[in-house]
Ligand binder design. Sequence first.
Ligand SMILES: NC(=O)c1ccc[n+]([C@@H]2O[C@H](COP(=O)([O-])OP(=O)(O)OC[C@H]3O[C@@H](n4cnc5c(N)ncnc54)[C@H](OP(=O)(O)O)[C@@H]3O)[C@@H](O)[C@H]2O)c1
Length: 252
Amino acid sequence: MMEKYLEGKVALVTGGTKGIGYATAKRLAERGATVVINYFKSRDAAIVAVDKLKELGSTESFAVRCNMAKYEKVPALFDEIKDRLGKLDIFISNAAMGMYSDMLDVSRRNWEVSIDTNAYAFLLGTQCAVPIMPEGGRIIGLSSLGSFKYIPGYASIGVGKAAIENLIKYFAVELADRKITANVVCGGFIDTDALKLFPTYEKIKEDVLERTPWGRLGTPEDLADVVDFLASERSRWITGQTIVVDGGNSLL
Ligand SMILES: NC(=O)c1ccc[n+]([C@@H]2O[C@H](COP(=O)([O-])OP(=O)(O)OC[C@H]3O[C@@H](n4cnc5c(N)ncnc54)[C@H](OP(=O)(O)O)[C@@H]3O)[C@@H](O)[C@H]2O)c1
């Protein structure tokens, strides 16, 4: 039985239907939080996920469909949380999409998709979350190694992730007087649907297994456990930081 140190807290996990977001939503529910998830295309998966969260004790869980990159849609998600649950303590900006290409081939559309679903969604979500977030609140973004090192084909997504890691430095300072922290979990390669979309998926997997000192890919739970820590009171003195969670892959 897990210690329920998030009892009484309300959390939102964007993109909570699968992969890292789903693992995170489950972990926060196990900690006693009431967890709201967001999704875009996977309605059936959202229904299954909410049932699971309820089973884990988050009886007031619900899912909201919203494209997190659309400024005209996102405020309604936070209004619904305020109306139904009264507040939001923990905002996990996990949902993201991207288009793959080399940097010199990045099209306008590619740039928009990668930057908007990564950086803009995080900015906009935080702008909407803060007014309903009490003291002790937590803002947490998800990034990846492509924010600081070259990953073939990851060009515009890497830039979007770098922006996320910079946004939290500004949030951390500007939200300090509200006693809200802002941090990022930067994950190594995790075998989710997103990774399978990579044109060079099989090669990436092979390289990662070879180059990671721990000799395996990461799991969604490897990241969810760090998000769990950052969401807790134990991380109160950490703000504006990016924590790399990659089994040592980026060291080699
Ligand atoms: N996999 C990795 O190796 C890895 C490593 C480090 C960091 N990350 C980051 O971790 C996060 C989750 O990645 P993942 O691998 O778990 O991805 P995933 O399995 O593809 O899941 C992505 C989730 O985001 C949702 N989503 C996508 N675009 C959305 C949008 N515009 N609005 C709302 N929801 C949207 C999806 O919902 P629908 O299915 O309903 O559209 C889905 O729930 C991402 O930020 C990713 O960049 C991944």
